[in-house]
Design a protein around this ligand. Sequence first.
Ligand code: GLC
Length: 730
Amino acid sequence: MEVYKDPSQPIEERVEDLLKRMTLDEKIGQMRQYSSFTKEIKDLVRKGLVGSLLNVTGIDKVNEVQKAAIEGSRLGIPLLLGLDVIHGYRTIFPIPLALASTWDPSVVRRAARIAAKEASSEGITWTFAPMVDIARDPRWGRIAEGAGEDPYLGSIMAWAAVRGFQGDNLSDPDAILACAKHYIAYGGAEGGRDYNTVDISDRTLREVYLPPFRAAVLAGVGTIMSAFNDLNGVPASANEYTLRKILREELGFKGFVVSDWNAIGELINHGIAGDVYGAAKEAVEAGVDMDMQGDVYRRALRKLVEDGAISEKLIDDAVRRILEVKFKLGLFENPYANPERARKVVKCKEHLDFALEAARKSIVLLKNEGVLPLRKDLKTIAVIGPLANDRTAPLGSWYCLGDPKDVVTVLEGIRSKVPPQTKVLYAKGCDVEGDSKEGFEEAISIAKQSDVAILVVGERGDMSGEAASRAYLDLPGVQEDLVKAVYETGVPVVVVLMNGRPLSVKWIAEHVPAIIEAWFLGIQMGHAVADVLFGDYNPGGKLPVTFPRTVGHVPIYYNHKNTGRPPDPKNKYTSKYIDEDYRPLFPFGHGLSYTTFSYTGLEVKPKEVEPGDIVLISFTLTNTGEREGDEVAQLYIRKPVASVTRPVKELKGFIRVTLKPGEKRKVTFKLPTEQLAFYNSEMKLVIEAGAYHVMIGSSSQDIRLTSEFRISKTKEISLRTLKFTEAIIK
Ligand code: GLC
């Protein structure tokens, strides 16, 4: 038996044995990925000239194409079968931005685990997730796909997602290969316009956009996807500095890099290549190992090698990384999906139950002035709005093989929650977009007959995600007018937002007494929203992104700098606006509960530490209300004086705690001083001496306890030695 076929041999030896048997065309074949399964592609697969396919789904098709690769080709190298399993495969969970609102990485991890089990059971071995792009601009539709604006929260969620998808061992049958994307700084697009230019400092790149990728690498992510955008003049898919210097040398990433969809071919549009030869040369030299759907590597790499323009060693290195991942996945031993297993796994009760739990935990109570939770014995309830009974929107963007038929709409959830004698009236009122107000009269009429009016408004699922940037952040169409019209009836109003990005819902925030941020919660949306509305679940989510009052505020984020003239309403000559309050509508970390919590007894020990030490920050959290509830306690740090300007606060710890009425819990954050490292004026990564302010809060603005400690001296460190706080990941 050839060494590469022998599972008892070390993977390194199997890779080398296989590599030396491969022709140049077969090697280049491994670097090619296509999104289809035509006869032409199948012929290429049979010749061993394709490394991966994406968007081929269904066990029969998957097994058929895998069989063509293994039994049809000379060396029988199995394919990687990829799919965007972003927030569920068939059991669709809340969108990633909603999952981030749980501030509970164990939820993110379990949702990814379930998605992996379902996808792998139908032959998918690679997901293009987690998307770990930090997003500070809600005009950018892809803010929906990530964990929001904060590098620390984003890092914890990235780590959790990778571990969820890949499990404890990549060769386990229910593991799928994860792919941290889009490397790098794709979320920094100017104007929030998708695919647009990114031009940021190296410090911002490293302190804001890089941390979640570092966390994914530490979690063992098998692949990274290079992004579409140009970064500081060099496209991310041709950027040797980010792909080799940072990703491989500094972070120690060992997996392989796949380009985003034709991102290599788009180097021609970027203007750094004049043809496919130039594009292929730029990308392969920068370190992009696989060409997704661009067909550039096929057209150019052989000629580049034959012309001596690139060395075959570059090809060998890329193919080595791809083969290593395929061996680690156990693809050579277990390439086929088992229909029996799929039937038991896909959308099983355990998965559907967890989808409800995740949806509940994702909900954020933005405002509540005595209206929620609703009594269940109300006589009549009006449910109004274009999204109240929408079956597709709750799936959000990138809903994989999710089926709208599986969705419980908000209206259905409410109907199933209340007793038969409660009348539930429904009126759509208007569309999500468009200016017709014809439906207002009916909406007003049912509101007048009701004890409460629940308005479900927001965006369609396809108004966020890829290629879905918005120039406005208001409710689309005439939805706000609908809310105003119902509000004018005098009936108590509850607004349920269903959206994929922060919205500048200023009027609603100022007038409506109860507002729930429900995002797109997946197939169990209706039950989760109804559980919160009627108090069967006490909401405990927190915002992972800042809500601006207006799009004119953007970019707006909590971890901003102090400036030389911090905003002062009493002083004209300070940093603010003359026509709008400069403060966010709802701040990062904000989220209310049906109970209340107190924070007492903050202790910080030791008060003076050396670089490399751990600071223990503890306090007591008490549920001071009448109902059980979750609180996400947040730790923020500030270095008020430093060698460079630093943010006014940075999240460095959080934990979601469930407490019964009156229950107390002592919480201790173990803060490694490495977590406080930043790049100084010479761009050296340092743990810097000086005082550090400690803030413990219920949001980035609702600070309840403060203290401080000192670091005695400055120490330079490297990314490789930086510790990663896995402490709170269960
Ligand atoms: C898309 C997206 C990327 C996705 C890929 C495959 O263009 O940018 O996130 O994984 O193509 O669908």
